[in-house]
Design a protein around this ligand. Structure first.
Ligand code: SF4
Length: 171
């Protein structure tokens, strides 16, 4: 069967794989942070919640997939929680590596914490989790973006500043 050029609604299997990678990153990050203390774990969990809400409230509402199933299902979820924005806002949004920092911190903070914990008190479990976290954040996210999400995205055809930033770097 021929693959569609873009999806109007992404199939369930893509949403499952895409969310699996994100949730695995969150869970591994949370486990590593919990080793420092439960207050830090609470801060980390709140940060992730805030990050996801901010994404849906300020970005997904302006996306083509608002009200539809995007690669992560968030277009649908955001339409249940927030009012529709405007597609012009999506196109005008300037995305730079600096503005992506809140995104990177979700993996970067547990990675730094994990390496410090390893130096202070070596543990194979921690080392394995750090390696998995690095793989999921780099190869895993790259695969989701390149082969599943952006590849079949209608918003990419209309224009997506984030995708343009990633592609600019590949050239
Ligand atoms: S092109 Fe990629 S980053 Fe942009 S909206 Fe589509 S899936 Fe998201």
């Amino acid at each position: 069967m021929e693959q569609p050029k873009t999806y109007e609604n992404y199939p369930c299997w893509i949403m499952i794989i895409s969310n699996f990678v994100s949730i695995a990153i969150y869970l591994i990050g949370a486990f590593i942070i919990s080793r420092i203390g439960f207050i830090w774990l609470g801060i980390y969990v709140l940060y992730i919640l805030g990050f996801e809400i901010r994404l849906m409230k300020h970005h997904c509402v302006n996306c083509y997939y608002y009200g539809k199933y995007c690669a992560f299902g968030k277009g649908k979820l955001s339409s249940l929680l927030f009012k529709k924005g405007g597609s012009d806002k999506f196109l005008k949004k300037e995305i730079t590596w600096k503005s992506m920092l809140p995104d990177f911190l979700i993996s970067l903070v547990p990675l730094i914490a994990g390496v410090i914990l390893l130096i202070l008190n070596f543990s194979w479990l921690l080392l394995i989790l750090i390696v998995i976290l690095v793989i999921l954040t780099s190869v895993g996210n790259g695969f989701i973006r390149g082969s599943l999400a952006c590849k079949y995205c209608k918003q990419r055809e209309i224009g997506c500043p984030a995708e343009q930033l990633f592609n600019k770097n590949k050239k």
